[in-house]
Write a new protein. Structure first.
Length: 574
């Protein structure tokens, strides 16, 4: 059914826009979705975990495995969401990844998994058999348990006569442990048709990485032509299935197949555990809750969102609590890395109010300044504040999508700000700062993506007063490819540096961010590649900054002196 104007009108007098949107969504009859949409949409709205191997299903599932006649592990392996005693493992069976069915018959397939202390699998510490279920596009999600904290492990999958590549992963420290150091990589924005994933190849070779934090835009919904855009394929053109915007479940599934088939991305996944969150392009550019960029009818867009969320779960190393329920998926979650760091992963898309003032860069207005506007939603805000209040960690990392710091794009006042970022939700940002200050948590480090450039910000109590108290730091990673090659100093470099005195660093090249923590300081190493439109570029460190525990504010690593931290080599970390 379509939500009637009378039904919506009855809510307008007493509810916020977000409340009205959510109420409209609740009025939608799920059975209506299933009768007016395709079978793929029905699968997107299905609930329940994938089936598990049982005595009754094993013979047929094993026979299906033996029938696979070409390598089904074309999309590689991945791990994620590390805990002290477990880690999530992922793969997807796809002998023909660019076909809608991935070259698989529509029946469950038996898959065995192993996790070991050594790459030769002589010291196996966990193993089992599960099913690759066709309803989940033959994806496999395993939660390997009974592991030891702060340990490196190796894992692989087998089905029929085929064995996957070996992946390497790592567990988190024990809750009461104080690690000597932690090292995270932060990545974002990997539009396939705008360049090669050279940065991922270099990231795969980085040592001592405890986890890769993906801040969103894992894929882009835009059409990809037969040449792969900037990649310029000629001998092996891509099929036409990619030359359309992703809307249906089949579209999103195929697009993940395209991305996962990239060998550099596969290498990064195989080398390190990932902790992922999404931004907008995993569904639709600049969407807000149930509102699409083009203001499609809510019920139509929620079908699309359900398809996108389903495909996201199928293709990420996520745990059972992240299984989608129709157009909903709880992605915000918390990780403890001993007593050294707490990492809170946010979702700034699913629960936000619509962008004010028509979106884009606009002057602040009564609409954008509305104190009731939210970017996280009330439930997520409370969850975050409660987590800070209860934390015993030294450092508090916030992995999220859009820039928290205020950004002016001109020196003269008043200046436009981005309505899609926290600048468009200043009351929500103030609540964020107030809740952190009230919690007494201390040592805030915000990790951000989205904007396709490297930034380093001091988070100021009052952005209009450069001398005001510094609450923490924000480290923004550039894109892996989005935006093309980029430049060390974009055209607006002088203006942004002058208009934003709390902005300490700005570089427009592609790459990733390394964040290293110990008890004294956090260090940010901004890694860049000079070009992505041709493969094989070298990687270099454009700049390094540190912020001291108990004394927030960024200073250059050189100025900090020889005491600046570095992570121990991988060989020294058991």
């Amino acid at each position: 059914m379509t939500v009637s104007s009378d039904a919506l009108g009855s809510m307008t007098q007493t509810s916020s826009p977000t409340d009205r949107l959510r109420a409209a969504a609740r009025l939608l009859d799920r059975r209506r979705f299933l009768t007016v949409t395709s079978a793929a949409a029905a699968i997107a709205f299905a609930t329940g975990l994938p089936r598990q191997a049982s005595a009754a299903t094993r013979p047929r599932a094993r026979a299906a495995a033996e029938a696979i006649s070409s390598d089904p592990f074309t999309l590689g392996v991945a791990s994620g969401d590390p805990l002290p005693d477990s880690v999530a493992l992922w793969t997807r069976l796809a002998p023909s990844p660019y076909e809608p069915d991935s070259g698989m018959a529509p029946e469950p397939v038996a898959v065995t998994w192993e996790i070991a202390e050594d790459a030769g699998f002589e010291r196996v510490v966990g193993a089992g058999e599960t099913l690759a279920d066709p309803e989940f596009h033959h994806s496999v999600h395993v939660e390997a348990t009974g592991l030891s904290p702060s340990r490196t492990y190796y894992y692989r999958f087998t089905t029929g006569g085929w064995t996957s590549p070996t992946g390497r992963t790592r567990t988190a420290p024990a809750p009461d442990e104080m690690p000597q150091s932690l090292r995270f990589a932060v990545v974002s924005c990997q539009r396939y048709d705008q360049g090669y994933y050279t940065a991922y190849r270099h990231l795969a070779a980085e040592e001592g990485i405890d986890a890769v934090i993906h801040a969103g835009d894992y894929l882009y919904e835009y059409a990809v032509n037969s040449a792969g855009g900037a990649r310029g394929y000629t001998d092996t053109p891509l099929p036409d299935v990619f030359n359309r915007e992703t809307v249906t479940l089949e579209d999103y599934r195929l697009r993940y197949a395209l991305y996962h088939s990239d060998p550099d991305l596969a290498a990064a996944h195989a080398a390190h555990p990932f902790i992922v969150t999404w931004d907008d392009h995993e569904v639709d550019n600049n969407y807000a809750a149930g509102i699409s960029q083009d203001n499609d009818p809510v019920e139509e867009f929620l079908v699309r969102r359900a398809a996108a969320y389903r495909a996201y779960y199928e293709n990420m190393p996520l745990r059972a609590p992240q299984l989608p329920d129709g157009p909903d998926l709880t992605l915000y979650r918390r990780f403890q890395f001993g007593r050294l760091a707490q990492l809170d992963i946010l979702d700034t898309r699913q629960y936000r109010d619509d962008q004010a003032n028509g979106d884009g860069w606009q002057l602040p207005s009564q609409e954008s300044e509305d104190p009731g506007r939210t970017l996280l939603g009330a439930t997520q805000e409370r969850w975050l504040a409660d987590g800070w209040s209860r934390s015993q960690a030294l450092w508090h990392l916030l992995g999220q999508q859009v820039v928290v710091s205020r950004r002016h794009n001109q020196v003269a006042a008043p200046s436009p700000v981005s309505m899609d970022a926290w600048d468009g939700y200043p009351a929500a940002r103030q609540r964020l700062f107030d809740q952190f200050t009230a919690s007494g948590a201390g040592n805030l480090v915000v990790l951000t993506g989205d904007v396709h450039v490297h930034y380093a910000f001091d988070l100021k109590e009052d952005f209009d007063d450069p001398e005001s108290r510094t609450l923490g730091v924000e480290l923004v990673t550039t894109s892996i490819t989005s935006g093309g090659d980029g430049a060390e100093r974009p055209d607006n470099w002088d203006v942004l540096m002058a208009a934003n005195p709390h902005l300490r660093f700005y570089d427009g090249r592609r790459g990733y961010l390394l964040v290293t923590l110990d008890e004294q300081r956090v260090r940010a190493d901004y890694r860049v590649v000079p070009e992505v439109t041709t493969p094989g570029a070298d990687v270099l460190t454009a700049a390094s900054f540190v912020s001291l525990a108990g004394d927030p504010g960024l200073i250059s690593a050189d100025a900090a002196g020889a005491g600046a931290n570095t992570a121990p080599p991988a060989a020294a970390r058991s």
